[in-house]
Each structure stands twice: as structure tokens, then as C-alpha cells.
Design a protein around this ligand. Sequence first.
Ligand code: HEM
Ligand SMILES: *[C@@H]1O[C@H](CO)[C@@H](O)[C@H](O)[C@H]1NC(C)=O
Ligand SMILES: *[C@@H]1O[C@H](CO)[C@@H](O)[C@H](O)[C@H]1NC(C)=O
Ligand SMILES: *[C@@H]1O[C@H](CO)[C@@H](O)[C@H](O)[C@H]1NC(C)=O
Length: 340
Amino acid sequence: MAVPRGRLPLVAAVAVFLAFLCCRGEAAARELKVGYYAETCPEAEDIVRETMARARAREARSVASVMRLQFHDCFVNGCDGSVLMDATPTMLGEKDALSNIDSLRSFEVVDKIKEALEERCPGVVSCADIVIMAARDAVVLTGGPNWEVRLGRDDSLTASQEDSDNIMPSPRANASKLISLFAGLNLSVTDLVALSGSHSIGEARCFSIVFRLYNQSGSGRPDAHMDAAYRRALDALCPKGGDEEVTGGLDATPRVFDNQYFKDLVALRGFLNSDQTLFSDNARTRRVVKRFSKDQDAFFRAFIEGMIKMGELQNPRKGEIRRNCRVANCSPVASRVVDI
Ligand code: HEM
Ligand SMILES: *[C@@H]1O[C@H](CO)[C@@H](O)[C@H](O)[C@H]1NC(C)=O
Ligand SMILES: *[C@@H]1O[C@H](CO)[C@@H](O)[C@H](O)[C@H]1NC(C)=O
Ligand SMILES: *[C@@H]1O[C@H](CO)[C@@H](O)[C@H](O)[C@H]1NC(C)=O
């Protein structure tokens, strides 16, 4: 773009003003509702479900990876698609936060969903809502319950690596710490245990458990709350000094959404410390784990309630419907694309 020299200050002023318009302001809390896109994009939910089914056919694990995005999105400044944003020269992305780097995955599945939706109804369906629909579909496609999702979220204009670092729990966390983290977001002990049941599907890295295999709480010893045969299996999967990127199933049936996860915890066969602690270290969470291990329907009902409550966490700041889930519409990266 060639700008006559004398007009540079004007162009700069307009750019600053546009950035101001585009990136500021508080918005009223949005009223989410079932069937939000019924008129503006009636096929939205079908498109998401079909794209998730195709992703699962390509790689079974991918649907679990996408479901995890709801947790990492909603806990950090509300469900606003911020976790999906790539870093820019002026913004550290949440993708590089402690709990996310080399760990969150399958962002390309969200891109595929967004592309299909933009083709059908451009500028209508938010990335934040895509995550909510896709998380529900991950559960349905792996044998879990179905439910109606409440939609109508906006996408954030920014992301915050710092907020993610401060909020997202470590796999080392114990039950009392998790209870207070969830309570701070109005999520109950039952919500915590039910939502942890999302680990009924998916995988985790040796990186996330070597401390509990070889040096729990700096003791130089393994976590005492582990079935001996299971510990031998994990030792073989994740030998000391071995490749920490190797992954194992979070429960014994990592492709099926069921209550096996809770049966495993009762049998001291939980993969993550943050899982096993719910049975082994706290009477309040243990009671709920035991109940869900015996009653899958009770787990499914509580899980749905937890996902809906977590999905209500909102970002009060002004938002937009992003055209590309990785980039704010008004960012220099997005406008460069428009310029060319
Ligand atoms: C309660 C606190 C939680 C902690 C401490 C936690 C921690 C973790 C960790 C450490 C991993 C494996 C990361 C890796 O090794 O790369 C993981 C995986 C996963 N988490 Fe959580 N999580 C929690 C709650 C949740 C919630 C609420 C959800 C969703 C509703 C969720 C969904 C998942 C899924 C589906 C995976 C597997 C992803 C994959 O296979 O790619 N987690 N979690
Ligand atoms: C849980 O972990 C916190 C630190 O994160 C620690 O202060 C607390 O003592 C632990 N609680 C139990 C019951 O182990
Ligand atoms: C939790 O609920 C209280 C009372 O309903 C409300 O004032 C507060 O904003 C809620 N906090 C979050 C994080 O949603
Ligand atoms: C175990 O952890 C403690 C505390 O973090 C550390 O001081 C110690 O060196 C570790 N031991 C081994 C064998 O890595």
C-alpha cells in the first residue's frame, strides 16, 4: 500500500481509532439459549456433529482433545474462544501457557468446523459456541449422553497466557486445591468430580505423571495410592529418564465415554494425581466418586449439569464473531489479509 508521505499521520490516526473501536468496551452479559442459531444458521449443529464424526474416523483421540478445549477455554475469562487464538507479536497466546503447551491439540478440527460454517453462514457462528457444541458431540460420539447446548456467545478480542498460567490446575493438584479452584467459579464438589469424569476419554503424557511414579511430593517415592500392578504398567510405559511425550489412556477404556474412570479410581488405577486424589485424599470427593462408580446414569446426569454450568462462565468484555478462530478480526494479522 503506497501512502503519500504527508498523509501518514492521518492514516496512523485512523488506524489507532479503528483499533480503539474494535478492541474496547464492556458488553452486557449475553443471554444464552438453546437453538440460538435456528434462524441464522439452522444447520450449524449438524455441521459441527458431522465434522467431529469425520475427525474421530481419522483419529479416534481427536474428539477428546477437542472436548478438553471447553475446560481450558471456559475457566480462563469465560467461554470466549480465547484458547483458540494464535499468539501475535503483541499478544502471548494461551496456547503457550503452562498447562497447554505441547498438550492441547486438535485445533485443526475446530478450524475445519469453522471453515464449513463460514461457507454455509458467514460471520454468524462464534468460535466459542463451536467449542461448546463440539465438546458435547465428543461425548455423544464416544457413547456418552446427549444434551441440548445453550448458545449465543461472542468470541474474545484477546487471549491471556498469564491468566491461563494462574488459573489452570496442575496434574499434581490435590482434591482440596481443586475444590477451591472450582468453588471460585461457582462449581460444586459434585461438579468437580463429574467434570473430572471427562477423563473417561483421551490420553495424557508421561510428562504429567513421572513425578508421582518416582518422586511424589518430593519424597523420592511413588504415590502410595496406586495399585501395584497398575504402577508396574505405568513404570513400563514411563520409565525414569524416558520419553515423556509418550501417552497412556486416562482410564482403562479411553475411547469410550462411560463410568470406567470412576471404577478405576476406586481400584487405585487413576492415571493423573489430580484424578486419584479425588478418591484417595478427600472424604467429600470420595463419596461422589464411589457413587458414580456404581451408577453411570447418575454420572451422566451430573456431567451434563456440570458442562452446562461451566459453559455459562462468561467474558464480560465486548466481543465479536471471529472469521478465523485463531485471529481477532481487527488484529493487524487479519487486516493484512484483507489489504492484500
Ligand atoms: C479437575 C482438574 C483437571 C486437571 C488437573 C486436568 C488435567 C489434565 C491433564 C494433565 C491432562 C493431560 C495433559 C497431557 O499430559 O498433555 C488432561 C487431559 C484431558 N483433560 Fe483434563 N484436567 C482437569 C479437568 C478436566 C475437565 C473439566 C475436562 C473437560 C470437561 C477435561 C478434559 C480432558 C480431556 C478430554 C483430556 C484428554 C485430551 C487428549 O487426549 O488430548 N479435564 N487433563
Ligand atoms: C494440597 O496442596 C496444597 C498445595 O497446593 C497444600 O498446601 C495442602 O496442604 C494440600 N492438602 C492436602 C490435604 O494434602
Ligand atoms: C458466582 O455466583 C455469584 C452469586 O450468584 C455471582 O455473584 C458471581 O459472579 C458468580 N461467579 C462467577 C465466577 O460466575
Ligand atoms: C524429588 O523432589 C525433591 C523436591 O522437589 C527434590 O529435592 C529431589 O531432588 C527429587 N528427587 C529425585 C530423585 O529426583
